[in-house]
Structures are given as structure tokens and as C-alpha cells.
Write a protein that binds this ligand. Structure first.
Ligand code: NAD
Length: 263
């Protein structure tokens, strides 16, 4: 029997087959969850629908998380289709490409607001809208990155947004705790996705990652999916408010070894 048998999971943030949200969706499906998918807008529909069909998922709804009305509509449709929800995954982030280059101090006011709105506030907004649908034992999950804690060149406003997102995880975990609902984040190592392509210098960072991380391996969407199963299943029943690293151990290294000194 699958670890998520009998559970319903709503996953926000599938853009294509490379999305972390898709890695999570596949892992949830393998573990027996009933899945609902939500994507950002019409442009993505032709990519997301065939993926949904692959796993027999019929709940596929558009939701632009900058619009409260669309979030509310998604919650109402989910209530209609499923009654209650056991798992909500927020795998959404966005900043304008020109904010992910050059010095952080060049961040515009509008660019700051947009990054915070889509990458941070939307998780809280989704948590609020879906709150009536969660039952005790439910789990919320979001995706973050090490640039929240330490400077990752060019990550800029997204690093600041991820720091706020990680703080949101702790506040939401505190609020939802009495209801028996858990809230956690996965901090993933660099993965080649649409969102990552917007970060200047990402390719080099991706290549160096396997040199410097203790496991010397890049992270895949399947790796993230497997940890997501743990964090959204009853196996992690007493774990909440945490940021769990799926990064081949990269975050524990203080001083990377000079590559030319290696055998
Ligand atoms: P992705 O581009 O596949 O996913 C990002 C998703 O955000 C897309 O589906 C996009 O449609 C959605 N989105 C953007 N604006 C939206 C809006 N207004 N309304 C609804 N959805 C919107 O890339 P990904 O790398 O899978 O990103 C998923 C999450 O993982 C993001 O939070 C990202 O910051 C995080 N993350 C990525 C990496 C990486 O290296 N790829 C590492 C750590 C964390």
C-alpha cells in the first residue's frame, strides 16, 4: 500500500515536465495519492493537461496566485471535487529577469513587490483559502533555496523572498499546529527548470554544485519528490515548521575545496 493512499493532494506550480512540482506530483501518484493540479494561466494549459492525463488526473485548474479571486475559485472548485484536502504543495516563484542580474541594490520597488507577492504571499494566501478544507493530519509544503540564508550571486530579490517564505513556514506552522496541520519547506539544490533559467549564471552554479557538495551529485526533481512524500505523509507526523535540505549536503560546507588541489 502506498504511503499516500487515501490522501488528496493539490499541487500548484507545474509548468512542464521539468518542474519540481511535476517531480512531486509523480512521486505522490506512485504512492497512491489522488492528485489535483493547478497551473499559472492559459499559456501553460497545453503543457499541463497531457501531463495530468498521464497520471489519470482530471482536476486541472488555472490559478494566477496574484489574484485573490482566482485563489478563492480554486479552493471552491477543490471543495466541490474532493470535499477535503490532505496535502497542498506550493511550488511557485517569480521575479523579473532583470532583477536576477547585477547588484541586489538595483532591485526596483515594483520588482520587489512582485517577487514578494508571487513567491511569498501566495503561500499564505493559499493556506488561508484552503484552511476550511484541511483535516487533522494534513500537510502544506513549499519550495525554497539556500540563497535565503547565504548570498548566492544574482539570486538577489529571490533570496530575500525565500528568507521571508521560510519565516512564513514557521508562522503558518504555529497557526495551524492546533488543527493538527503541518507546514514545511524543502530547500532544493539547483535543478534545471524554467524558473532557474531566469537566474543569471545559473549554468555555472549548477556545474560547480556537484563538485562542491559532499555527495558530488546534482539534485533531481525525483529526489525532491521522494522527500516531499515523506514530508506530506504520516511518516513525518511530528515534523512541522522545518526547512529540509535536498541538496546533496551542500549547505554544510563552509569552505569549498579548491578544485585544482583535488587528485
Ligand atoms: P518552474 O518554472 O517549473 O516552476 C515555477 C512555477 O511558478 C511555474 O509553474 C509557474 O507557472 C509558477 N508561477 C509563476 N508565477 C505564477 C503566478 N502568478 N500564479 C501561479 N503560478 C505562478 O520552476 P521550478 O524550479 O520547478 O520552481 C518551483 C519552485 O522551486 C520555486 O519556488 C523555485 O524558487 C523553487 N526552487 C527551485 C530551484 C531550482 O534550482 N530550480 C531550487 C530551489 C527552489
Amino acid at each position: 500500500m502506498g504511503l499516500l493512499e487515501g490522501k488528496t493532494a493539490l499541487v500548484f506550480g507545474v509548468a512542464n515536465e521539468r518542474s519540481i512540482a511535476w517531480g512531486i506530483t509523480k512521486a505522490f501518484h506512485e504512492q497512491g495519492a489522488t492528485i489535483g493540479l493547478s497551473y499559472a494561466g492559459e499559456v501553460l494549459e497545453r503543457r499541463v493537461r497531457p501531463l495530468a492525463a498521464n497520471i489519470g488526473c482530471t482536476f486541472v485548474e488555472s490559478c494566477d496566485v496574484t489574484e485573490d479571486s482566482q485563489i478563492q475559485a480554486a479552493a471552491e472548485k477543490a471543495a466541490e471535487a474532493f470535499g477535503q484536502v490532505d496535502i497542498l504543495v506550493h511550488s511557485i516563484g517569480f521575479a523579473n529577469r532583470d532583477e536576477l542580474n547585477g547588484p541586489y541594490y538595483n532591485t526596483s520597488r515594483a520588482g520587489f513587490h512582485l517577487a514578494m507577492d508571487i513567491s511569498v504571499y501566495s503561500f499564505t494566501a493559499l493556506a488561508k483559502a484552503f484552511q476550511p478544507l484541511f483535516r487533522p493530519g494534513s500537510a502544506l509544503l513549499t519550495l525554497t533555496y539556500y540563497g535565503a540564508e547565504k548570498v548566492a550571486p544574482h539570486y538577489n530579490v529571490m533570496g530575500v523572498a525565500k528568507a521571508a517564505l521560510e519565516a512564513s513556514v514557521r508562522y503558518l506552522a504555529y497557526d495551524f499546529g492546533p488543527e493538527g496541520v503541518r507546514v514545511n519547506a524543502i530547500s532544493a539544490g539547483p535543478i534545471r527548470t524554467l524558473a532557474a533559467a531566469g537566474v543569471s549564471g545559473f549554468k555555472l552554479m549548477y556545474r560547480r554544485f556537484s563538485d562542491f557538495s559532499p555527495l558530488h551529485q546534482n539534485v533531481t526533481i525525483e529526489d525532491v519528490g521522494n522527500t516531499a512524500v515523506y514530508l506530506c505523509s504520516d511518516l513525518s507526523a511530528k515534523t512541522t515548521g522545518q526547512v529540509v535540505y535536498v541538496d546533496s549536503g551542500y549547505n554544510i560546507v563552509g569552505v569549498p575545496e579548491a578544485l585544482d588541489e583535488k587528485e
